[in-house]
Structures are given as structure tokens and as C-alpha cells.
Write a protein that binds this ligand. Structure first.
Ligand code: GH3
Ligand code: MG
Ligand code: MG
Ligand code: MG
Ligand code: MG
Length: 292
């Protein structure tokens, strides 16, 4: 596991870091809650182990910050304490801590606590994947791709630069279902999803908007670059028919509409509406084509 440790006492920090590493974990250790918060914001940690009393930001304070900031991944927080008493325990729980380990640390107890943490983090991750994936295609589902669009627009507003949103719609897909049946239609949708993923770069995002419609987000995509990528996608779908059970193959094409967000004022709804208008134009102009 990737673990972030916050402990102001240098000796304790070294010992805890060494113990965790000896248990096979990847450890980053810092000397205060404030430094931990900064590190946590920069990177992705499944687990934070924090001392209780520290000068700038204490353990419960760190925990409150972590709980207040929405991140897609859950962070499991363990507070270290030599403090006794119900009041402290309750304030740790209230701050959002998941578990407590008392000092001095016992290696076996720590290892046992970590195995609980790993189980909980695994469950969270499984739930997160389940909640964000489209069952049929394995792509991001509608909610997740719209969340990604929001995040992408925030990033673009912060760092500047355009962001492109593509709407794809399979052409005459009703005809595929009517001719070959719904199950074959599903296989075709899965194959299209796979071709989309193979065509895109790892940092571009693709999701199923619904039915036979997909959304692609091109990070830092201007109109020219996005049109090129869209053209690659269009070709990847049209170039080869999809093999389906029974030895048949089904030819499909997609129409693609692109909208470019240029400023912080570009809201997700507006971009999607503009992409939809471009898509409508692609349909009206004969399908199997890209419009910006
Ligand atoms: P156009 O080129 O204008 O987009 O025509 P179209 O036939 O693709 O458009 P229409 O909206 O009339 O039909 C979309 C079809 O997609 C109808 C619906 O049954 C089918 N569809 C939606 N979701 C699924 C799915 O999950 N599986 C299958 N097999 N078909 C689906
Ligand atoms: Mg201390
Ligand atoms: Mg301390
Ligand atoms: Mg449609
Ligand atoms: Mg369609």
C-alpha cells in the first residue's frame, strides 16, 4: 500500500517508516499535519497514519481536511495516540478517523490493523469501480464521465488551455438491432467501446452517455487536434466490420460532434449542447462524419 505518515517526533517517524517498509509498504513520511495535507493533495494515498499532537496541524485536524475535500478515492485514516480516555477517542471519530493505534507501537498489532485497512480500502475501491463503470461496455458510465468533464473544465479554468468534448452516436443503430437482434447489438456496442479505447491516449476519457451514444474528453484539445482524433475514431469504427457469433459481420459507422471549451465560463451543459448541435449536423450531412 501507498502510505502517508505524519509524525513530528523524528525517532518515532523513522521507526514507524521502517516498520511499515519492512511490512512491504511504500511510505512517505512527513513531520506535520500541514505537510501531510500538502502531500495528500499532490498524490494519491490509500492510507494516512497520523500522530495526534503535532505543531501546525494535528491529527484530527488533518483528518477533518481530508474528509472535507472530495476525492474519487477513499483515504483510510489511522490516528496514533498515547493519549488515553474516551473524550479523545470520540473527537478522533468525530474528525473522521477510521482507526486508532496506541503508542508505543506494536509491530504485530500494526500489521493486523493494516490488514483491516487493506480490506476496507479494497471494498471502497470495488464499490467505486462498480459505481462508475458501465456494465455493458466497461467504459465510464454517464455519471462518471460527466464528473470527469466537470473536473476537466475546472482544470482548464485553472491552467488555461482548451478542452474538447466529443459526442458520438452510432449511425442507424436501430437497424442493427432490428436486423441481427439486441444481443448482437450489444456485442457491436462493446466492440465500438473497445475501438474507442484503443484509439485514444491513456489520459483522454471515454464514457457511455447512454444507449448508443458515447462521450470522449480530449485534455488540452484544440479544434484541429480534436478533429484529427475524432477522424481516427471514425475510421477505426468504419474500417472493419464487427464479427459477431454465427459467422456474420456487421458494418457500423459513427457520427461525431465536437465542441471546444475555451474559457472558465464554458459550463459542462453548454459544451454538451454545442457538441450535440455539431452531432446533429454530422447526421444531417450524411452520417459517418465529424463536425466541429
Ligand atoms: P441515427 O443514425 O439517427 O442515430 O439512428 P439510430 O437508429 O442509431 O437512432 P435511434 O435513436 O432511432 O436508435 C437508437 C437505438 O439504439 C434504439 C435502441 O434500441 C438502441 N439501443 C440503445 N441502447 C442499447 C443497448 O444497450 N443495446 C442494444 N442492443 N441496443 C441499444
Ligand atoms: Mg509525538
Ligand atoms: Mg506529536
Ligand atoms: Mg442516439
Ligand atoms: Mg444512433
Amino acid at each position: 500500500m501507498k502510505i502517508l505518515v505524519a509524525e513530528d517526533d523524528a525517532t518515532s517517524r523513522l521507526v514507524l517508516g521502517a516498520t511499515l517498509r519492512s511490512l512491504g509498504h511504500d511510505v512517505t513520511a512527513v513531520e506535520d499535519g500541514a505537510a501531510a495535507l500538502e502531500a495528500w493533495r499532490r498524490d494519491e494515498y490509500g492510507l494516512v497514519i497520523s500522530d495526534w499532537l503535532m505543531p501546525l496541524l494535528d491529527g484530527p485536524g488533518l483528518c477533518r481536511h481530508i474528509r472535507a475535500e472530495h476525492r474519487p478515492h477513499y483515504t483510510y485514516v489511522v490516528l496514533l495516540t498515547s493519549l488515553e480516555g474516551k473524550g479523545n477517542y470520540l473527537s478522533g471519530i468525530e474528525a473522521g478517523a477510521d482507526d486508532f493505534v496506541t503508542k508505543p507501537l506494536d509491530r504485530d498489532v500494526l500489521a493486523a490493523r493494516l490488514s483491516v485497512a487493506e480490506r476496507i480500502i479494497g471494498l471502497h475501491e470495488a464499490l467505486r469501480v462498480e459505481a462508475t463503470r458501465d456494465r455493458l461496455t466497461g467504459l465510464l458510465n454517464r455519471g462518471a464521465i460527466l464528473d470527469a468533464l466537470q473536473r476537466e473544465l475546472l482544470r482548464a479554468a485553472r491552467e488555461g488551455g482548451p478542452t474538447a468534448t466529443m459526442l458520438l452516436d452510432v449511425d442507424h443503430f436501430k437497424h442493427v438491432n432490428d436486423t441481427y437482434g439486441h444481443l448482437v447489438g450489444d456485442i457491436v456496442l462493446r466492440e465500438i467501446a473497445q475501438r474507442l479505447q484503443l484509439t485514444l491516449r491513456p489520459y483522454d476519457r471515454v464514457g457511455r452517455f447512454g444507449g448508443e451514444e458515447f462521450i470522449v474528453l480530449i485534455t488540452d484539445g484544440d479544434a484541429d487536434q480534436s478533429a484529427l482524433i475524432a477522424e481516427r475514431i471514425r475510421t477505426a469504427v468504419a474500417a472493419e466490420p464487427v464479427d459477431v457469433p454465427g459467422g456474420e459481420s456487421v458494418s457500423v459507422t459513427v457520427s461525431i460532434g465536437i465542441a471546444i471549451g475555451q474559457s472558465a465560463a464554458d459550463a459542462a451543459d453548454g459544451l454538451l449542447a454545442a457538441a450535440d448541435i455539431a452531432l446533429y449536423r454530422a447526421k444531417a450531412n450524411g452520417r459517418d462524419r465529424v463536425e466541429v
